[in-house]
Design a protein around this ligand. Structure first.
Ligand code: HEM
Length: 247
């Protein structure tokens, strides 16, 4: 019989970074709530669409056949980019809200326990594990500490940067007095000129794509090498463990 454990019943520290004592291959912990999983996959799809369309906004196709007035390709590409941009931004705001009302793990993306020395030690342990310098991985209920740091830097800070620079560029089109201009109109003057914000927004894409390549590699690698479920947890929400060792 599978032993179902409520993540809320674990002490915060344990839920955050440590395995359950006695977690066996029959233990199942509900970690990622439905809104977190839904956001994860919608966010992934939005980033894919934004990167593809953004690439062509910055490097448009050299030419289109036929009469110019019959073509609206760049219009469609930009429209798709902006739609995905709105989905990304609204999703991110919702995800931030969920970090207040969701379970302990929902908070991990927005709060790093930097003042916890044990957690800091485990960041280094995980780094060694990923570099093949540790023989045996630890079991984690939520994100492992290194994954948490990476998510914070690349997703929390990275997406905030993309949303702020994206809406600053959008404000140029929606013009003075629009809400985009009122909220983000300060960005271009602060940076200097529109072209520089374009360049930073584009650099931000490569920053995020670098993370996504590492993220997919690590998720598949850990699914195989770690002592717990990884990919299926972001589908079902449940963390399961592969062995019966307590430590
Ligand atoms: C992960 C998220 C995003 C990625 C990867 C991304 C990617 C890109 C790229 C590569 C460009 C071309 C930059 C250049 O070389 O000039 C671009 C342009 C642009 N993006 Fe994004 N973007 C993202 C989010 C957003 C968001 C949230 C918005 C807000 C609506 C947005 C609005 C814009 C605008 C207005 C432009 C300029 C369009 C133009 O000049 O025709 N982007 N984006």
């Amino acid at each position: 019989m599978t032993d179902i454990v409520d993540a809320e019943s674990l002490s915060p520290k344990r839920a955050q970074a440590h395995a359950l004592p006695g977690a066996t291959h029959q233990t199942s912990v509900y970690v990622y709530e439905a809104p977190v999983r839904l956001w994860h996959w919608i966010n992934a799809a939005a980033i894919l669409v934004l990167a593809l369309t953004g690439f062509f906004i910055g490097r448009p196709l050299p030419t289109m056949p036929g009469e110019a007035s019959a073509n609206f390709l760049m219009g469609y590409i930009r429209f798709t980019h902006f739609t995905a941009g709105y989905i990304l931004a609204i999703g991110f705001l919702f995800r931030f809200y969920w970090s207040f009302v969701g379970n302990f793990h929902a908070k991990q993306l927005f709060r790093l326990p930097l003042n916890d020395p044990e957690w800091r030690k485990e960041v280094l342990f995980e780094l060694r594990w990923y570099l093949f310098l540790e023989k045996r991985p630890k079991k984690y209920v939520g994100h492992n500490p290194l994954a948490q740091v990476a998510m914070f830097i690349f997703m929390t800070l990275g997406l905030t940067f993309m949303i702020v620079t994206g809406f600053a560029l959008y404000a140029e089109g929606s013009q003075r007095g629009s809400w985009q201009d009122m909220l983000f109109g300060w960005v271009i003057p602060l940076v200097g000129q529109s072209y520089d914000v374009h360049t930073l927004h584009r650099l931000g894409m490569w920053f995020i794509l670098t993370f996504i390549i590492i993220h997919i590699y690590v998720a598949i690698r850990e699914d195989i090498m770690s002592r717990q479920s990884i990919v299926s947890t972001m589908i079902s929400g449940d963390r399961t463990f592969k062995d019966d060792d307590p430590d």
